[in-house]
Design a protein around this ligand. Structure first.
Ligand SMILES: *Cc1c(COP(=O)(O)O)cnc(C)c1O
Length: 379
């Protein structure tokens, strides 16, 4: 029997607890487990860095939601990325990265992994030929975000899987913006999906975490080895909060999309907005690809203020219902200025973002309140 997405979100990895029948997986807040004899742990659990039942429930659920075989969760999205890259790459290898990406991912490549010996080339990932041209003999990974943060660029996952596999490289997709409800990269040919579960998967802005999912059994085993050997695991309470969030992912995403569609349409008619970046708009350059690989277009919108940087900063400062804050994907709407906030670490790099850019994470509040708030903030 195969189950639908919402059923898996609520039940995968979450059978009632064996001893008591507790319907919700307990928070196994323990570092260690009693053994019945030397070397005979009861259910295979020995130590919570290596294994914890609450974390296991989340890992199984995320694997099911992405259509993968193995899910692994971490202390943050960046911890997941670091573990993945230092599992599949060796010093001397090369990765192709997006020329528009989450600033923290860029910083990991540019300031940490380059020093470790991993070379990288930014490329326009909406253009498979440009990605192919950026590859070298040592390219081990093509790293893709789609939609990208913060410019909402779209990469064709199936086409890039072909480009990667022609040269024995892996295609890694950061699926944070779409969530598995809107897009399932593994089914399109990606080798590994990365998440900052801090965002839509957790969904309530109350926990930081990350995840990796793969369909490849041996890669899954290697990643699990490194999860334990490198130790960047999430704790049981964080796993539990994330699991609590993920149960409603489908219904939340539908409302995020409903509200974002209304906001994008409103902004695209506003005289003080020079450009709206939302893959759901028919004039977005990635619209057709997004329509092909995504169920809907998501809750993230960026726009450029006609009055330049000062105007962009002013809109952020004046918003009231939209909270001025970094991060995204929670039920509450957030507004931010990427150039000075989330993407400040990309200043002066090929990934620098336009100064007049404003990014919205459209929440699930009453949409008329969101529209009225933007109306007053834009003045
Ligand atoms: C936030 C984010 C990350 C990093 O995740 P953390 O949980 O903050 O470490 C990676 N990729 C994208 C697209 C993000 O938005």
């Amino acid at each position: 029997m195969t189950y639908g997405f919402e059923t898996l979100a609520i039940h995968a990895g979450q059978e009632p607890e064996r001893r008591t029948g507790a319907v919700v997986p307990p928070i196994f807040q323990t570092s260690t487990y009693a053994q019945d004899a030397v070397g005979a742990p009861r259910l295979g659990y020995e130590y919570s860095r290596s294994g914890n039942p609450t974390r296991d429930a989340l890992q199984e659920c995320l694997a099911a939601l992405e259509g993968g075989r193995r899910g692994l969760t971490f202390a943050s999205g960046l911890a997941a990325e670091d573990t993945l890259l230092r599992t599949v790459c060796r010093p001397g290898d090369h990765v192709v990265i997006p020329d528009d990406a989450y600033g923290g991912s860029y910083r990991l490549f540019a300031k940490v992994l380059e020093r470790w010996g991993l070379a990288y080339t930014p490329a326009r990932i909406s253009d498979p030929a440009a990605v192919r041209a950026a590859m070298t003999d040592r390219t081990r990974v093509i790293w893709v975000e789609t939609p990208t943060n913060p410019l909402l660029g779209i990469a064709d996952v199936a086409a890039l899987a072909g480009v990667a596999h022609e040269r024995d490289a892996l295609l890694v997709v950061d699926n944070t913006f779409a969530s598995p409800y809107l897009q399932q990269p593994l089914a399109l040919g990606a080798d590994v999906v990365v998440h900052s579960t801090t965002k839509y998967i957790g969904g309530h802005s109350d926990v930081v975490g990350g995840a990796l999912v793969t369909t490849d059994r041996s890669l899954g085993d290697e990643l699990a080895f490194h999860q334990n050997a490198m130790g960047a695991v999430n704790g049981p309470f964080d796993a539990w909060l994330t699991l609590r969030g993920v149960k409603t992912l489908g219904v939340r995403m539908d409302r995020h999309c409903d509200n974002a569609e209304r906001v994008a349409e409103y902004l695209s008619r506003h005289p003080k907005v020079s450009q709206v970046l939302y893959p759901g708009l028919p004039d977005h350059p990635g619209h057709e690809t997004a329509a092909k690989q995504m169920r809907r277009f998501g809750g993230m919108i960026s726009f450029r203020a006609a009055g330049g940087e000062a105007a962009a900063v002013e809109v952020c400062d004046r918003a009231r219902v939209f909270v001025l804050a970094e991060s995204l994907g929670g039920i509450e709407s957030l507004i931010e200025h990427p150039g000075r906030m989330t993407h400040a670490s990309a200043a002066g790099s090929p990934l620098e973002v336009p100064a007049d850019l404003v990014r919205l994470s459209v929440g699930i509040e009453t949409v008329d309140d969101l529209l009225a708030d933007l109306e007053q903030a834009l003045g």
